[in-house]
Design a protein around this ligand. Structure first.
Ligand code: PEP
Length: 249
């Protein structure tokens, strides 16, 4: 049985005080939900978040990581640095990393390998742009984003992979894929994995939807059979909204 997960991507928001305040508001939710809960604060607040959430049943993830284990990479953060502050999960391939930092599948494959070599879990994000959907190329684009970054892995490694389908046109725009559009793509993703590996691998991987999920639409999106939760941006910055989304399961 695959896990339901709701993850909050705080992006470049929240200073230390905001982090403590937001965590204060979130601490009660894990106890009321069957879903696994993850938050991804900025690097500077990972340690304080990890310390503040000890025993609360909420996991802390990083929003990015460098592919090398150490070295002369000024300004970068390695897997062992993350693990040293209690972080065992990393978001890779977010559309903002792809758009503003030109991260592509070959680099992301390296980052995935480094994360797995360091016993970390990966939330691998991908999704088409509006032009891809308008040209009916969205399935092809998603297939490439998954296969080129992940299909070198052996079947066993998929236990440590969480997928997050995030259509770029729905991120931070207020526009959401309809529950049927999300289900259609999630079913395609699962079939793509089943064709490459096995139905067992496909059925056991958690596939999250991301893109303007909010309390008002979470229940309907999460009710779709191949949608196993959400990666939440804007709405994860308000404790009551994030709690409502978590409790939509
Ligand atoms: C995201 O950044 O992963 C995201 C889904 O953002 P939002 O919920 O704000 O659309």
């Amino acid at each position: 049985m695959r896990k339901n997960i709701v993850a909050g991507n705080w992006k470049m928001n929240t200073d230390l005080a905001d982090t403590q305040e937001l965590i204060g508001g979130l601490k009660s939710i894990a106890k009321t939900s069957d879903a696994e809960i993850i938050i991804a604060p900025p690097f500077t607040n990972l340690y304080s978040a990890f310390e503040a959430l000890k025993g609360a049943g909420i996991e802390v993830a990083a929003q990015n990581m460098h592919q090398s284990t150490s070295g002369a990479f000024t300004g970068e953060i390695s897997a062992s640095m993350l693990k040293g502050v209690g972080v065992k999960t990393v978001i890779l391939g977010h559309s903002e990393r792809r758009a503003y930092f030109e991260e592509k599948e070959d680099l992301l494959a390296e980052k995935v390998n480094t994360a797995l070599e360091n016993d970390m879990k990966v939330i691998y994000c991908f999704g088409e742009e509006l032009k891809d959907r308008n040209f009916s190329e969205h399935f092809e684009v998603v297939n490439k984003q998954i296969s080129q970054a992940l299909f070198h892995l052996d079947a066993d490694a998929w236990k440590h992979i969480i997928l997050a389908y995030e259509p770029v046109w729905a991120i931070g725009t207020g526009e959401t894929a309809s529950p049927d559009q999300a289900q259609e793509m999630h079913a395609f993703i699962r079939k793509t994995i089943a064709d490459e590996y096995s139905q067992e691998v496909a059925d056991s991987v958690t596939v999250l939807y991301g893109g303007s999920v909010k309390p008002a639409n979470a229940k309907e999106i999460f009710s779709k059979p191949d949608v196993d939760g959400g990666l939440i941006g804007g709405a994860s910055l308000k404790a009551e909204d994030f709690m409502a989304i978590v409790n939509a399961f």
